[in-house]
Design a protein. Structure first.
Length: 79
């Protein structure tokens, strides 16, 4: 079940949501189904045998200072 990023054409809200097979996503702000799917990045799977390898990888500088390495960006999560 992939997570997709959308922008609502009705109200301009930008959000990410989990989309299950056969579901049509709606805007969480105005409930419109008039959405534009946005380009989003895909995490690459860990190719090594150690599941913890890369967990604290540096994914670039964050201007908010809320990033936590391999975890979700605090700026996107509202932290």
């Amino acid at each position: 079940m992939p997570i997709f990023a959308y922008r609502c054409r009705s109200c301009g809200e930008e959000f990410q949501t989990l989309v299950m097979s056969g579901e049509t996503p709606t805007c969480r702000s105005c409930e419109s189904a008039n959405l534009e799917q946005q380009l989003s990045l895909i995490a690459s799977p860990n190719k090594g045998g150690d599941a913890s390898a890369g967990k604290n990888a540096d994914f670039g500088a964050c201007s908010t200072g809320t990033c936590r390495g391999g975890d979700a960006c605090g700026a996107l999560a509202g932290a």
